[in-house]
Design a protein around this ligand. Structure first.
Ligand code: BES
Ligand code: MN
Ligand code: ZN
Length: 508
C-alpha cells in the first residue's frame, strides 16, 4: 500500500522524485493551479508557457512531464490537467482533483516518491487529492509470474510514497481527512483485488475466509453459513443458485458494532464469484468478465471494514451472498421452483437471473434484524448498463426521500449514479402459473423488474435502496483518472459516506 504524508514543505525543497502540479484551462491558455507557487518561481513564472509550448492545454486527465530544472530538488515536474479553471472566487471541484491526482499517480508508476502540489483549499480537497493519488497508485499483480524478486527498480510498481503539499499534518481536519483517505483507499483497493481475482482463485469459500481474516484484523464479528447450514436454514435462493457448482455457496455476516451507535445499517452484496448463466448458459462474448459478478459483495465487505477502521459510531452489518452460478447435472433447471428463505416460492424461468435469488435470501435474513435501512449492491442487470452506460449506477428504493439522499451522497463522494423508478405495472410480468413469483418478467425495463423482484423480500416497513452497479463495477476501457482497468470498487465510497451520515444522525 502506498504511503501518504501531509507536508507544509515547499515544493522546491522537498526531496521527491517528481512534483505534481495542476494545470487548468484558462480563458487565454493553460494556467497553473494554486498550490504550485514554489514550482512556478523555480521556472521564473514561465511554467504555464513552457507547458503550453509542449502542447499542454490543461484538459482533464492530460499529463505532461518536464525536467525539474535548477531551482527544484525534484528532477521531474508532472503537470496534470484539471479541466476548466473555476470561476473567479470559486474552488476546484473535488472530483476533478481526485481524478487529476489519480491520473498523476498512474503516470508515476515505477516512481518512488511524488509531492502533490495541487490546490488544497480545505480538508475536503486534501481528502480528494489523497484518495485520488492512493486509488490511482493501484495495480493487480498477484497473477504475474515476474512480480517476485526483480533486480533494480520495478518499473511496474505503483507509486510508493505520496506527499500532499499545502496540507497541514497538525491540522485536525486535514489529518482526519488523510487518515480516512488511507483506510478508504486501502479497502477500495482490497475490493478491486477481490474483483480482479479470477474465479479459479476466488470461490465462495475463499471469499468467506478473506472476510474472516479481515474481521480478525479489524475487530469485526464474522459468521459464515456453509452449504449445510444454508440447506438446513431453508435458504432456497442461495442453494438453488449454488447447487450446480463444485464450489458451494456461503452466506457471510460481517458486523461492525459500536457502543455509541444509535442506528443500524444493513448492507447486502451480490457475490456471484462466477456467473456462467447456469443452464441458461451465457454465450461467448458475455462470460469473459463474469468474475466481476461479486463486485457488490466486495463493495459491502470493503465498506463494513472501512466503518470499523474509522470506528464509526453506527452499527453496520454486511451480508455477503456468495455462490458460483454453474451448469451441471445438479444445477437448477429453467422451470424449477425454489422455496426461498422467506417462504415465498420462485419459479426460475432463467437461471441467468441468479443475482436476485441470492440477494432475496440475504435481504430477508437482513430484515429479521429490523435495521434502520437496507442497501443492497449488485451487478444485477445488463439492462441497467444499456440504460445508464458503463460509468453510472442505478438507484432504486422503496422510499423517495432515501433514494434522493443516496443519489446526493453518491454525487458528493464523486460516484456517478442516477435514480430509477419502480413502475408497479411491471410486477405482473413476473406472475407465475405455478409459484408466487417468477425470477424474470418483461424484457423492457429489465433493471427495474429486478428491483421490483428484490422489493418483495424487504421486511415490512424497512427502508431499502438497491444499487445496480453492473455498468461501473468493472472497467474494460483504458484507465482514466483514478479508475484502473478491471475492478473499480464502485459504490464503496457511497456506502461509507452513507454510514458516516447515519452515524452523524442526519440520515434515517
Ligand atoms: N451478472 C449479470 C448482469 C451483468 C451483465 C453484470 C453485464 C455485469 C455486466 C446477471 O446475473 C444477469 O445475467 N442478468 C440477466 C438477467 C436476465 C436473464 C433477466 C441480464 O441482465 O441479461
Ligand atoms: Mn446472471
Ligand atoms: Zn449475475
Amino acid at each position: 500500500m502506498t504511503a501518504l504524508t501531509l507536508s507544509t514543505s515547499s515544493a522546491a525543497t522537498l526531496r521527491a522524485d517528481a512534483v505534481v502540479v495542476g494545470l487548468a484551462k484558462g480563458a487565454k491558455g493553460p494556467v497553473v493551479a494554486p498550490g504550485a507557487e514554489a514550482v512556478e518561481t523555480a521556472f521564473d513564472g514561465k511554467l504555464a508557457d513552457v507547458l503550453e509550448t509542449l502542447g499542454a492545454s490543461g484538459a482533464e486527465g492530460e499529463v505532461t512531464k518536464v525536467p525539474g530544472g535548477s531551482g527544484l530538488k525534484a528532477p521531474v515536474v508532472l503537470a496534470v490537467g484539471l479541466g476548466e479553471a473555476p470561476a473567479e472566487g470559486e474552488g476546484y471541484d473535488n472530483e476533478a482533483l481526485r481524478r487529476a491526482a489519480g491520473a498523476a499517480a498512474r503516470a508515476l508508476t515505477g516512481t518512488k516518491k511524488a509531492a502533490f502540489a495541487l490546490p488544497v483549499a480545505d480538508a475536503d480537497a486534501v481528502a480528494a487529492v489523497s484518495e485520488g493519488a492512493l486509488l490511482g497508485a493501484y495495480s493487480f499483480t498477484a497473477y504475474r509470474s515476474n512480480n517476485g524478486d526483480k533486480k533494480g527498480a520495478d518499473k511496474s510498481a505503483p507509486l510508493a510514497d505520496v506527499a500532499v503539499l499545502g496540507a497541514k499534518p497538525r491540522d485536525k481536519a486535514h489529518k482526519a481527512a488523510a487518515e480516512r483517505a488511507q483506510a478508504l483507499a486501502a479497502e477500495i483497493n482490497r475490493a478491486r483485488d477481490l474483483i480482479n481475482t479470477p474465479s479459479n482463485g476466488l470461490t465462495p469459500k475463499t471469499f468467506a475466509a478473506e472476510a474472516q481474516a479481515a474481521g480478525k484484523e479489524y475487530g469485526l464479528k464474522v459468521e459464515v453459513l456453509d452449504e449445510k447450514a444454508l440447506k438446513k436454514g431453508g435458504y432456497g435462493g442461495l442453494m438453488g443458485v449454488g447447487q450446480g457448482s463444485e464450489n458451494p455457496p456461503r452466506l457471510v455476516k460481517i458486523s461492525h458494532t459500536h457502543a455509541k451507535a444509535k442506528k443500524h445499517l444493513a448492507l447486502v452484496g451480490k457475490g456471484i464469484t462466477y456467473d456462467s448463466g447456469g443452464i441458461s448458459l451465457k454465450p461467448a462474448g458475455h462470460n469473459e468478465t463474469m468474475k466481476c459478478d461479486m463486485s457488490g459483495a466486495a463493495a459491502v465487505f470493503a465498506a463494513v471494514v472501512t466503518a470499523a477502521r474509522l470506528d464509526l459510531p453506527v452499527n453496520v452489518t454486511g451480508w455477503l451472498a456468495l455462490a458460483e452460478n454453474m451448469p451441471s447435472g445438479s444445477a437448477t433447471r429453467p422451470g424449477d421452483v425454489l422455496t426461498m428463505y422467506s417462504g415465498k416460492t420462485v419459479e426460475v424461468l432463467n437461471t441467468d437471473a441468479e443475482g436476485r435469488l441470492v440477494l432475496a435470501d440475504a435481504i430477508t435474513r437482513a430484515s429479521e434484524e429490523t435495521p434502520d435501512a437496507i442497501v443492497d449492491v449488485a451487478t444485477l442487470t445488463g439492462a441497467m448498463v444499456l440504460a445508464l452506460g458503463n460509468r453510472t449506477f442505478g438507484i432504486m428504493a422503496n422510499d423517495d426521500a432515501f433514494r434522493t439522499s443516496v443519489h446526493e451522497i453518491a454525487t458528493e463522494v464523486g460516484e456517478q449514479s442516477w435514480p430509477m423508478p419502480m413502475p408497479a405495472e411491471l410486477r405482473k410480468g413476473m406472475d407465475s402459473p405455478v409459484a408466487d413469483i417468477a425470477n424474470m418478467g418483461e424484457r423492457m425495463g429489465g433493471g427495474l423488474v429486478a428491483g421490483l423482484f428484490l422489493q418483495e423480500f424487504v421486511g415490512e416497513g424497512i427502508t431499502w435502496a438497491h444499487l445496480d452497479i453492473a455498468g461501473p463495477a468493472f472497467h474494460e476501457g483504458a484507465p482514466y483518472g483514478y479508475t484502473p482497468k478491471g475492478g473499480t470498487g464502485s459504490a464503496v465510497r457511497t456506502l461509507v459516506r452513507l454510514a458516516e451520515r447515519t452515524a452523524a444522525g442526519d440520515l434515517l
